[in-house]
Design a protein around this ligand. Structure first.
Ligand SMILES: Cc1cc2nc3c(=O)[nH]c(=O)nc-3n(C[C@H](O)[C@H](O)[C@H](O)COP(=O)(O)OP(=O)(O)OC[C@H]3O[C@@H](n4cnc5c(N)ncnc54)[C@H](O)[C@@H]3O)c2cc1C
Length: 408
């Protein structure tokens, strides 16, 4: 079925970034179609039993009126206000996202976009329902899964069905009774290994770093309660206390003026591999942890994975390998963009889209938000706390473009 007249804006994705930008566009009177499973990545691509690393304050999806934060949701459920020392469980965050969606963007359509191609009045979107329609503007908010990174040395095991990326699993209990090599030292690696250990697997963590790092517990639930010298030395920010985090969260527009290399390094290293403060006790010393080890090659041997390591232990055998080596943005991996459209996208730093101050790519009318915008606007775009800046900026940019087109 082909829908007749073009819609002004299609938002592809109904995670925190898609929902937030849709709510802001609606508040500006812009008609929008929103496609995707609400909180789809949080339901299907994060492990059951997980807790958020971000504080409740930094885990609110931004709505235009500021009345749909995580604590507003808790109040609606008649539950107590929570501060920085509360670790938000995954299932609570998903319920919060659903609540936000039902109240702010009830018109979300649970359809997947299978193809986006250029059309005379913008873009033609094909859906898995068989429908296709034209949108003048597209905001791509399809999240982190397309960018899952698996190092080359582990790919032979993926082909053999012996290795997978963390983003492919919601249920880690299925590994119970198996020896699983977990590669990485970030929150995802540490928490996945811990959850598997607690569910009866035998995880073995393999990490290049010499020491596993964990954050410090917050001094108080409200940052304003800290003594003023502490506040001055380490001002509070959604990314954590400290002047650099404050700069990244207060001045994302300035980030884009940094040299290419500096931006790429900052996006990769700011809030780099470390576990949340509440994970330390559950993780350290609880299962084998091969720190200071690097995987140099991997092969299948009699139906199991054999890893060659550089480090004091040189070989590790496991039933499965769980790859927790994060994400790297490369628009070449966006199969849903028609190849010509992909080729037309100007890129930088190995594949991130080059974006305007309003989040528009080099293809007029095609916007990117969330992780794909981190190379331009900084590390805040990797987290829920970036939804406000992104949604305000994109909705203003699109509303201005529409008003300009109408005046012409
Ligand atoms: C294990 C893990 C833990 C994390 N913990 C935190 C944390 O504690 N705090 C924090 O701030 N951030 C955390 N993050 C980062 C977090 O993923 C982002 O902050 C947030 O999810 C980004 O939102 P998003 O809307 O851009 O993308 P996503 O949440 O990935 O949402 C993408 C949306 O797009 C939809 N979609 C995808 N493809 C299509 C398609 N073709 N058609 C239609 N819809 C489509 C999906 O269904 C989904 O609705 C974590 C990430 C991981 C992997």
């Amino acid at each position: 079925m082909i829908s007749p007249s073009p819609v002004p804006v299609a938002v592809v994705g109904a995670g925190p970034y898609g929902l937030s930008v849709a709510a802001h566009l609606k508040a500006r009177g812009v008609a929008v179609r929103v496609l995707g499973v609400p909180m789809g990545s949080w339901r299907a691509r994060m492990p059951v039993g997980m807790f958020l690393k971000s504080t409740p304050r930094a885990s609110s999806i931004c709505d235009p009126g500021g009345r749909h934060g995580l604590n507003d949701f808790r109040a609606a459920e008649r539950r107590a206000w929570v501060g920085d020392r509360y670790a938000v469980p995954l299932d609570e965050f998903v319920r919060y996202g659903d609540w936000f969606q039902q109240r702010c963007v009830p018109e979300v359509e649970r359809a997947a976009v299978t193809l986006i191609e250029p059309a005379p009045h913008g873009f033609r979107l094909s859906l898995d329902t068989g429908e296709s329609f034209t949108a003048r503007t597209v905001v791509l908010a399809n999240g982190f899964p397309p960018y899952a990174r698996i190092p080359a040395e582990l790919r032979p095991l993926v082909a053999a069905g012996l290795a997978s990326h963390t983003s492919e699993h919601a249920d880690l209990a299925k590994f119970a009774g198996q020896r699983v090599a977990v590669i990485g030292a970030g929150q995802s690696a540490l928490e996945s290994a811990t959850l598997m250990h607690e569910a009866g697997s035998e995880p073995v963590l393999v990490a290049r770093t010499g020491h596993l790092l964990f954050g410090d517990p917050p001094d108080s639930d409200r940052p304003g309660d800290r003594p003023w010298p502490v506040r001055l030395a380490k001002p509070a920010s959604p990314l954590g206390p400290g002047w650099s985090f404050t700069a990244f969260s207060r001045a994302p527009q300035a980030f884009r003026y940094l040299p290419d290399r500096t931006r790429a390094d900052l996006v990769r290293t700011v809030l780099g591999p470390s576990g949340a403060w509440w994970l330390r006790e559950r993780t350290l010393g609880r299962f084998p942890q091969l720190t200071g080890h690097e995987v140099v090659s991997a092969e299948e041997v009699r139906g199991r994975a054999r890893l060659r390591l550089r480090g004091p232990t040189d070989t590790l055998e496991a039933d499965q390998v769980l790859v927790a080596t994060g994400y790297r943005v490369d628009v070449e991996r966006l199969d849903l963009l028609e190849p010509g459209l992909r080729r037309a996208l100007a890129r930088r730093n190995g594949g991130a889209p080059r974006l305007s101050p309003g989040f528009e790519s080099s293809v007029p009318g095609l916007y990117f938000t969330g992780l794909a915008a981190a190379d331009t606007f900084g590390p805040m775009m990797r987290f829920v706390c970036g939804t406000g800046f992104a949604a305000r900026t994109i909705s203003r940019s699109i509303a201005t473009a529409i008003a300009t087109a109408v005046r012409r």
